[in-house]
Design a protein around this ligand. Structure first.
Ligand SMILES: N[C@@H](CCC(=O)N[C@@H](CS)C(=O)NCC(=O)O)C(=O)O
Length: 221
């Protein structure tokens, strides 16, 4: 018996990565919504249970895993008969992982909620300053990613099949738009985003379609 439960928040881009992975792998899962905006992730109920104050957390038959990369790799290994998110060949797999890490380690952590809060609390940043900070670091990371993808992309980040790299890119573009990054100059990234969002597995994992999406932000299926 497989019971999968995902602790998630509609706007969490790291949760979005895992929702898309679960959809692509056609795995059914239960959602437990944790509201990042109201700080529910910082309350003892969640942080004691998960040992982390971050989303997502995946529970599989009662066992918990944090970190979207670890979760996605776990799902690929645990359910090998389903859609594979990393290419077979070692070099191809390494490049795919490299693309994921540009986002996972090089962009997302610098623009994360807790960083913005700290900049405001201890360094005199206004909301606009935090916006500009996030915009700068996403733009900087995307310039490097656009160059890397130039060499390897097809319809998707790595060739013509969806890989984990697409699952890291598309949610990060969602964040970029929230911070008003000028996406028009990233022609490869936006073309890949467009191709990915044609796929229901990714579109339906996006923030507009979640159980906890507020009504005013819900998109039509
Ligand atoms: N590297 C982690 C990042 C997890 C993470 O930072 N998640 C964000 C939401 S996208 C979060 O929970 N932030 C809470 C905070 O910054 O306080 C992963 O890939 O799962």
């Amino acid at each position: 018996m497989n019971h999968l439960k995902l602790y998630t928040y509609f706007r969490s881009s790291a949760s979005y990565r895992v929702r898309a992975a679960l959809n692509l792998k056609k795995l059914e899962y239960e959602c437990a919504a944790i509201n990042l905006k109201t700080g529910e992730h910082l309350l003892p109920d969640f942080s004691d249970m998960s040992h982390f104050s971050e989303l997502p957390i995946l529970e599989h038959n009662g066992q918990q895993i944090a970190q979207s990369m670890a979760i996605i790799k776990y799902l690929d290994e645990e359910f090998p008969e389903t859609y594979q998110l990393f290419p077979k060949h070692t070099y191809d797999r390494a490049i795919t992982l490299q693309m994921c890490e540009v986002v996972n380690s090089g962009i997302h952590p610098i623009q994360n909620l807790k960083i913005g809060k700290k900049l405001k609390k201890d360094h005199g940043f206004s909301n606009e300053d935090v916006f500009a900070w996030s915009r700068h670091w996403i733009d900087f990371g995307f310039q490097n990613l656009e160059k890397l993808l130039k060499k390897f992309h097809g319809k998707f980040c790595f060739g013509n099949e969806i890989t984990a790299a697409d699952l890291f890119l598309v949610p990060q573009i969602y964040n970029a738009r929230r911070f008003d990054v000028d996406m028009d100059k990233f022609t490869i990234l936006t073309k890949i985003e467009h191709n990915c969002l044609q796929r229901d597995e990714i579109r339906l994992a996006s923030p507009g379609y979640q159980q906890d999406t507020p009504n005013e932000l819900k998109e039509k299926v």
